[in-house]
Design a protein around this ligand. Structure first.
Ligand SMILES: Nc1ncnc2c1ncn2[C@@H]1O[C@H](COP(=O)(O)OP(=O)(O)O)[C@@H](O)[C@H]1O
Ligand SMILES: [Mg+2]
Length: 168
């Protein structure tokens, strides 16, 4: 069980290249545990898939991780199963039922959802929200905002920040 004293509201990290965004994802990936759900938001081309590629690497997935835009879900095996969803093309959140989304969210693996805001009502209460935004500083700049929902995700963000700061 992750335990935390105090409350984390949100944490913001700035990146200045796709590699840097992937590196943050990778560090997060090393910390993820069974049942963790990471919900990614941000516009087209924000870097959600790039972030997930790093995350997958941190989980120990070898081989390419590609956008599941058309397949909706891709599954990978690292030290844990990774379920990578992209719900952009769902016409109705109810289509999530057909996918059996609960089997993924409440599973023995880690789930990453791109465009999570489109299925907001179906997301588990305990999750880590990650918003990636372009920054006016330049074409390759992004801000990544982490908002933990629940105590487990709050500890996760705290651990993430420790590692990110230690490696800078
Ligand atoms: N700091 C950055 N972080 C992530 N991606 C970046 C960054 N700067 C430029 N990019 C580019 O933005 C695009 C992000 O694509 P992708 O990860 O597929 O976005 P999304 O999944 O959010 O639609 C890639 O072409 C990547 O090279
Ligand atoms: Mg994507």
């Amino acid at each position: 069980m992750r335990k935390l004293s105090g409350v984390i509201i949100l944490t913001l990290i700035k990146t200045s290249s796709p590699e840097e965004t992937a590196r943050i994802g990778k560090i997060l990936g090393t910390l993820l545990r069974v049942g963790d759900v990471v919900c990614l938001s941000g516009g087209l081309g924000a870097g959600k898939t790039r972030f997930t590629q790093g995350l997958a690497c941190g989980i120990g997935v070898s081989g390419p991780v590609t956008s599941p835009t058309f397949t909706i879900i891709n599954e990978y095996q690292g030290r844990l199963p990774l379920y990578h969803m992209d719900v952009y093309r769902l016409n109705d959140p109810l289509e999530m039922e057909d996918l059996g989304y609960e089997d993924y969210f409440y599973s023995h693996g880690v789930t990453v959802v791109e465009w999570a805001e489109r299925v907001a009502k179906l997301l588990p209460v305990e999750r880590l929200d990650v918003i990636i935004n372009r920054s006016p500083e330049g074409e390759e700049f992004r801000t990544i905002t982490f908002t933990p929902c629940g105590e487990g995700p709050a500890v996760l963000v705290k651990e993430l920040m420790k590692l990110v700061c230690a490696r800078n």
